[in-house]
Design a protein around this ligand. Sequence first.
Ligand code: NI
Length: 247
Amino acid sequence: MYESLGYTVAASFSEGHKKAPWGVALGVGVEPFCDLPSRMLGACITGKGSLFPASANYFLPSAKIVGIMSNLDENDLKYPLGRYTAPATISPEQRGLWIEEMAKLPANLSKAVAGLSNNQLDTPYRPGGWTVRQVVHHLPDSHMQSYTRFRLALTENSPVIKPYEEGAWAELSDAKTAAVAPSLALIDGLHTRFVLLLNSMTNADFAKTFRHPELGERRLDWTLGLYAWHCLHHVAHITNLRSRQGW
Ligand code: NI
């Protein structure tokens, strides 16, 4: 849907609507980071590159342009670190670095959301994306699955694991509305256990596998790298949003 978001204009409405910082993404389509009134949204859909900062004042007469970031596209916002790619061979040193990332997630995630208001937590990290709150709740949802898969793989012979619908999980009421503190606590406890487990694993353990019904056989060392990437990936969604919004 979004080939390019063109410009992101951080604007603040001073008249007609509640006073709040708005992020308005302009490009092929346009979608507000917050609940921009639909008539304003309609006025903004002018096609890629046709709505420039100067004319934004025309379309958004009550908006005060406070900052512009150019050259953002969907992949930059959705995959701030790029997608996960594992090295051809995974050394014990590489695994050690990934385990360190897993150990750092509880502190990194707490820091990423520190001081955010409820409105800020309910802001999508990108147009059409999950809110910060959904991202926070997604992490224990996802990593509890991963922790279970590691334990299954370590105690059975390449077991078939149960996939889950992460998008649908993120739409469940608790994932959309709960305070972030319980998920920060879940991640803290879960990663304490997870890192203890990872640090206990031998080379032979890391070569063990599970089978994903659609994706096939996965080694545990490859999977460790995926989840280390996943920690950084989602924390970057939040820290990048904060930096774009000046929060
Ligand atoms: Ni994820």
